[in-house]
Ligand binder design. Structure first.
Ligand SMILES: [Zn+2]
Length: 413
């Protein structure tokens, strides 16, 4: 009898602990790790791409790390062609392949046979078009109010002052004859329908997640640690090579764009140590910002591309929360092992696995500053901002403001 090819994958954005979990799994289930990370593929950039160290790997074989020359143009097709034979070989040797990475479309391409996103087939909704024309042409309403009438679902995610996005949503209504939220929904549906079957007999994916605030702090620390580990030396080594090259590296790896002025200075005026130091500092701050932004993008990718638990048979998706590393055993290891045992014994039930919930988005309004914020996070940032505190102090002194400092305008679950 041929043994079924059952594969485990661990995804999550940088800083969630997915590398650690991957190694734990490999140790327990006689596995080998396949990295699915569009940055760690590059050679000689171990620090800046946060590649697993020999010590961390703890004797577990890692594939698809540091094997592409920085000047090479690389893409997902090349990645699949390189990696699928490796996974087959791991199965042949009777071991368990464990895919670990934060590049969701790499993982997606390894799990499913064919992925094609079809954006056509957009049918107009005649009723909706009829209703929308007078509103779109109205001279009395502003764009935000128009959108609130025509697509309240989408409007609540947009800031009233974000005229560019509001206009774009109205343009979609004009062009396609459906609302922006309906369009997004249909695109999502069709992308699932066009996906081929699973390449393997079964796949179980863990998504390691973390509270955003905690994660942001972790990512800042990580950037600082990179500097300690010798980020500067790594950048210096590449600065000469990269001089005339417009390789994929510069666009794909976080760090190069951020340290551009530092690298430039290094090439032209490497004796000006004060300026170099300034440029390096600036680069570090930029890198912190970009790293945090990238983590949010990764989370969106994972959610959009990998969390489709009810659609595909023999595919299982489970979320984990790594906000409290001291509870690792309890909130990560135990549930993971339990799920994997059930998966291998073919007793894993989809209803056992929690479904992915949208983070709750709320619109808040600060009456003191007349500012609207989307989401709890950005509201709490506003409340702590200097601008807000200054205005509040001023208004307190002059006693001219309504005591109900803030109100929650809308709440969406
Ligand atoms: Zn305020």
């Amino acid at each position: 009898m041929i043994k079924p090819k059952m594969l485990i994958a661990v995804s999550g954005c940088t800083g969630t602990g997915k590398t650690k979990l991957g190694i734990e799994l490999a140790k327990k289930y006689d596995g080998e790790v396949i990295s699915a990370d569009s940055m760690q593929i590059y050679k000689g950039l171990d620090i800046i791409t946060n590649t697993v160290t020999e010590e961390e790997a703890a004797g577990i074989k890692h594939h698809c790390i540091s094997f592409v020359a920085p000047e090479e143009q690389y893409n997902v097709i090349k990645f699949i062609n390189h990696t699928i034979p490796i996974i087959r070989d791991i199965f042949e040797r009777d071991k368990t392949p464990i895919i670990v990475g934060g590049t969701a479309y790499y993982i997606e391409a390894l799990l499913w046979e064919f992925t094609l996103y079809d954006q056509s087939e957009m049918c107009k909704d005649d009723e909706y078009v009829k209703k929308s024309i007078p509103i779109l042409e109205s001279r009395l309403m502003n764009d935000y109010d128009k959108l609130k009438q025509l697509d309240p679902t989408h409007a609540q995610f947009l800031h009233p002052n974000d005229s560019r996005k509001i206009k774009r949503s109205l343009d979609i209504i004009k062009k396609h004859g459906i609302s922006h939220s309906v369009l997004l929904n249909r695109q999502h549906q069709s992308s699932i329908a066009k996906r081929g079957k699973l390449r393997w007999d079964g796949a179980l994916l863990f998504s390691v997640e973390c509270n955003q605030e905690v994660l942001d702090k972790r990512l800042d620390l990580r950037t600082e640690k990179m500097v300690e580990l010798g980020l500067q030396t790594e950048l210096d080594m590449f600065s000469s090579k990269m001089q005339n090259s417009e390789s994929g590296l510069l666009h794909q790896v976080i760090g190069f764009k951020e340290f551009k002025s530092y690298l430039k200075l290094k090439q032209s005026d490497s004796n000006n140590s004060k300026a170099l130091e300034e440029a390096l500092k600036e680069g570090i701050e930029k890198m912190k910002t970009v790293t945090k932004r990238y983590s949010r993008k990764q989370i969106r990718w994972i959610k959009n591309r990998l969390q489709q638990d009810n659609v595909c048979p023999n595919y299982y998706f489970r979320r984990l929360d790594s906000t409290f590393p001291e509870k690792w055993e309890q909130v990560i290891s135990c549930p993971v092992y339990d799920t994997v045992e059930r998966f291998f014994s073919r007793t894993l039930d989809k209803s056992f696995i929690d479904t992915f919930q949208q983070p709750r988005r709320t619109t808040h309004c600060c009456k003191i500053c007349d500012v609207t914020c989307i989401g709890e996070d950005s509201f709490s940032v506003h409340m702590q901002s200097r601008k807000h505190r200054r205005k509040k102090a001023y208004k307190n002194r002059t006693l001219i403001y309504d005591k109900s400092e803030t109100i929650e305008k809308e709440k969406v679950v």
